[in-house]
Design a protein around this ligand. Structure first.
Ligand code: URA
Length: 229
């Protein structure tokens, strides 16, 4: 595979492409900035939230509001900082009024997230809430049933350990959910310490079979061709 610095450069190229994205006409018209994601481009641990809110839209960074402060606290409780992880969202643009992402928007934006996962090469991916969990599991099972259960999943070309968690914004005002989120967070170091998931054989591009050049070989070379008189 390519080196960490090559993957980082490629990630920057994807960001360049995303910053002027016009795939969702409404979001492109109402956003202040495209919130691509931030953190360590070679992180073992990645978090995927839902979509930027008002603060994120203003600053161009994910999870910088109240939910972000809770995420920082939970990270510090397991000895990590934002610099150790990469944080992104399902949608890179703020839905107006913080409404839910629309299926069409998720469809249009998902290529950026899948490229991020492919280039950062995390071992563990924590989905925060329903939108990220449903997208990355490609299944409609909700977060209430899935939180705190890790599983190996192939996402694009790579296998990662997927670990669904409650969304910090939902946990902010529900003490029982916060306690559960904290308990689920406490297992992250153990998941990171496991060996990296085995990767499938890379799918190589189909070999290009070149038409052989047409060489005319006479069946029975005549005297002329043999240079005989
Ligand atoms: N909620 C999210 O899902 N993402 C953010 O970036 C901020 C709040």
């Amino acid at each position: 595979m390519s080196s960490a610095s090559e993957r980082r450069e490629e990630l920057k190229a994807v960001w360049e492409q995303a910053r002027t994205c016009q795939r969702c006409p409404q979001l492109a018209g109402t956003r202040t900035t495209v919130v691509f994601g931030s953190g360590n481009a070679d992180a073992d641990l990645m978090f995927v939230g839902e979509a930027p809110g008002a603060n994120e839209d203003k600053q161009g960074l994910p999870f910088v509001g109240q939910a972000g402060r809770l995420l920082d606290t939970l990270l510090s409780e397991i000895g990590l900082t934002r610099g150790d992880v990469f944080v992104a969202n399902v949608l890179k643009c703020r839905p107006p009024g913080n409404r839910d992402p629309l299926p069409q928007e998720i469809d249009s934006c998902q290529e950026y997230l899948f490229r991020q996962l492919e280039l950062i090469e995390p071992k563990v991916v924590c989905t925060l809430g329903n939108f990220a969990t449903k997208l990355l599991r490609d299944d409609m099972t909700g977060i209430t049933r899935l939180h705190g259960r890790d599983e190996l999943r192939q996402i694009g070309p790579r296998v990662v350990r997927l670990y669904p968690l409650f969304h910090p914004a939902a946990a902010l005002y529900t003490p029982a959910m916060l306690a559960t989120l904290r308990a689920d967070f406490a297992r992250i170091p153990e998941l990171l310490a496991r060996p990296a998931p085995e990767q499938p054989e890379p799918v190589l591009p189909e070999p290009v079979i070149e038409e052989p050049e047409l060489v005319l070989v006479p069946d029975d070379p005549g005297d002329e061709q043999l240079g005989l008189f």
